[in-house]
Design a protein around this ligand. Structure first.
Ligand code: NDP
Length: 341
């Protein structure tokens, strides 16, 4: 049926400014009755919503109240667009909501973000992978390696935030390229997973080791490429252990996403000068026009068994905030997602 009328959607609205991490009571779940579909539109029912670090930056920079932003994968349950029939899965930035009316032909749903994409045939893989290894984080790893840090076989790559979705993926591509790969992550379980399951040469718990000693021990030929997900002091220490003409890809600075943890950092410019480092920040949306190249490359590696993933799945729309806060605290190995339906 083409009628979307009477469908009630639920959505999260952030209503309070918070310190540190958000609480459930900082949000309201609001119900809204959706209008009838117009020509070209589809009604999509959410299956999985992603929780990602960038949401913290979003929440801290908004005038409230504001609808929550977020990537999700949804099934079309009603359609007035022949190219997008009922039953197809789409992904995009539809927000923390249970249903959305979309016009997939309109290129932009959220300025600066990748538009609505149809989930390609993933075979037996879960559609939730469109939010992780076969979605935005997977493409961050793929393009970040290929276009920014450009490692050569035999070189040494160090990754901070290595136990998360982007970091664990970067390390595996590093191994595919033929590099020596070292990661830093927030607990021993993640480090064991990175070494035993994903083939990292070494992984260290940054909360318990001496970073400088760990680098001396694990990177005897020093560091050629640094994939930075964290920023702050750990990055200063790693950059100090780099080779001349090393390359730093600044992907994220999660150590500074909350005002309370804003780090005071050692000045890095002297080491950038003396080692003649290339330091480049990037946003994965730079490659919107090559989006499917990354997805399909990662899918191939997955099917060839060269790429593995791990998901922490939270259940229920009511648990969005728990999932988000859990991700910030490091509870997830790999990707954190919420199964809504
Ligand atoms: P993750 O799955 O890695 O989740 C975030 C992890 O960061 C936490 O689980 C935690 O793991 C770690 N963390 C949290 N706070 C701190 C802290 N103060 N210091 C060090 N580590 C901390 O997330 P993603 O893989 O999705 O993203 C990783 C990074 O990549 C983020 O910085 C994100 O913003 C960035 N990103 C950038 C993109 C771009 O286009 N530039 C696109 C996508 C992601 P633990 O402490 O246990 O290691």
């Amino acid at each position: 049926s083409a009628a979307a009328g009477k469908v009630k959607a639920q959505k999260y609205v952030l209503t309070k400014y918070f310190q540190g991490e958000p609480k459930k009571s900082d949000f309201k779940i609001v119900e809204e009755e959706l209008p009838e579909l117009k020509e070209g539109e589809v009604l999509a029912e959410t299956e999985y919503i992603s929780v990602d670090p960038y949401m913290m930056i979003y929440m801290n920079s908004r005038k409230l109240p504001t609808d929550m932003i977020g990537g999700q994968v949804a099934k079309i349950i009603s359609s007035r667009n022949q190219k997008y029939p009922v039953g197809k899965y789409v992904s995009g930035y539809f927000g923390w909501r249970t249903h959305a009316i979309l016009n997939p032909d309109a290129r932009i749903t959220q300025p600066g973000f990748v538009p609505v994409t149809v989930v390609p045939d993933l075979g037996t893989h879960s559609v939730s992978l469109s939010l992780g290894v076969l979605g935005m984080p997977g493409n961050t790893a793929y393009f970040g390696i290929r276009e920014i840090i450009k490692p050569k076989p035999g070189q040494t790559i160090v990754i901070s935030g290595a136990g998360g979705d982007v970091g664990s993926h970067v390390g595996q591509i590093g191994k595919i390229v033929g590099c020596h790969v070292v990661g830093f992550a927030g607990n021993d379980e993640k480090c064991e997973y990175l070494e035993k399951e994903l083939g990292f040469d070494r992984a260290f718990n940054y909360k318990t080791v001496d970073i400088r000693a760990a680098l001396r021990d694990s990177c005897p030929k020093k560091v050629d490429c640094y994939f930075d997900n964290v920023g702050g002091e750990i990055s200063a220490t790693i950059m100090d252990h780099m080779n001349k003409y090393g390359r730093v890809g600044v992907c994220g600075t999660i150590s500074s996403y909350s005002e309370e943890t804003l780090p005071k950092v050692t000045i890095m410019q002297p080491v950038i000068v003396s080692k003649e480092l290339t330091v480049e920040g990037f946003n994965v949306n730079r490659w919107t026009d090559r989006w499917n190249e990354g997805i399909l490359k990662n899918l191939n590696w997955l099917n060839e068994g060269k790429l593995k993933y791990h998901e922490k799945v939270y259940h229920g729309f009511d648990n969005m905030v728990d999932a988000f806060v859990g991700m910030l605290r490091g509870d997830n190995i790999g990707k954190a997602v919420v199964k809504v339906k």
